[in-house]
Write a protein that binds this ligand. Structure first.
Ligand SMILES: [Fe+2]
Ligand SMILES: [Fe+2]
Length: 304
């Protein structure tokens, strides 16, 4: 007999601090996929949690759901200076992802936040919403498509030339929005050369930029970026938000060297880095065991 859980029951799993973080992440992803006001309420209720990793993922999921019902909760998180900068950043980015022009004034206010990653995120979110209003309809059919279906903080560039894109990506005198656009074009191209161009971005000045580079390298799951991702993860002076994103990217590439690096940092001093490594390893093991079960059931079907 199959037991179906209600949205409320999944919400309780998400909120249960005694459960392993991996289970709670799974509950979160289920709520994101279900969508609707009840699911958004369950997610928004958990911003008092002690794990910044979990809270930033709550905000990320609310942004990806693109439902305006989540806006008031996200504004509260962006305004709350007791929240970690990484969580406030993700709330700002989520408001940009939802794309409503109603939040432009609030985003402009926090585009001057003393926390650089929050300020830069809100500047990007303002530009994304302005782009949606003014340029999206003319540019849209000329843009490369995103194979990962994520709602990104900026659209891809109009250019498709790798060298031009790399120059824009790495030019620190260019506006961050243009450099993000180059980043997403290179990601959409997805070849070896594009991966290497992106990995060079892991040495740029802005921590926000470096963490986004690590994020897209995780989406691409391309082996060519493994050494560069490990280098930033191993750098204890690197911003924890960037180290966290490198750990997650290595978890999704999941080759042997990646798993070794994750095991090494699963006891890291920085809670967010440690939890990222533990969750990435758990997710990997879970997928492996599911594949075994899947393979096992195929054998059984064949036998009968
Ligand atoms: Fe982020
Ligand atoms: Fe993240």
């Amino acid at each position: 007999m199959v037991n179906y859980l209600t949205v409320q029951q999944i919400g309780l799993q998400l909120a249960d601090q005694k459960r392993p973080l991996t289970d709670r992440f799974r509950a979160l992803f289920t709520l994101r996929n279900l969508g609707g006001h009840e699911a958004i309420d369950c997610i928004s209720k958990c911003f008092g949690d002690p794990s910044a990793l979990l809270k930033h993922e709550l905000a990320y999921c609310l942004g990806q759901m693109q439902d305006e019902y989540a806006i008031p909760g996200l504004i509260r998180v962006l305004r709350d200076k007791t929240q970690e900068p990484m969580v406030r950043h993700e709330a700002g980015e989520a408001l940009g992802a939802i794309g409503s022009a109603d939040v432009l004034d609030i985003l402009r206010e926090y585009a001057k936040d003393p926390q650089t990653e929050v300020a830069e995120t809100c500047q990007l979110a303002v530009q994304r919403i302005e782009w949606l209003k003014e340029k999206c309809s003319q540019e849209n059919h000329h843009l490369s498509s995103n194979p990962y279906k994520s709602v990104d903080p900026a659209p891809p560039s109009l250019s498709l030339d790798t060298e031009t894109l790399q120059n824009t990506l790495l030019d620190e005198s260019r506006p961050l929005f243009d450099r993000y656009r180059a980043m997403f074009s290179l990601r959409n191209k997805g070849d070896n050369e594009s991966v290497l161009a992106l990995a060079r971005g892991l040495k740029c000045t802005s921590a926000l930029f470096r963490h986004e580079i690590a994020y897209v390298l995780g989406q691409m799951q391309h082996e060519a970026a493994i050494p560069q991702l490990i280098e930033n993860l191993e750098d204890l002076k690197e911003n924890p938000m960037v180290r966290h994103e490198c750990a997650e990217a290595l978890g999704s590439i999941a080759k042997d060297q990646c798993l070794t690096a994750l095991e090494k940092y699963s006891q890291d001093q920085e809670r967010v880095v440690k939890e990222s490594c533990v969750v990435a390893l758990d997710m990997f093991n879970h997928e492996q065991s599911n594949e075994f079960q899947y393979a096992d059931s195929l054998v059984k079907i064949k036998e009968t």
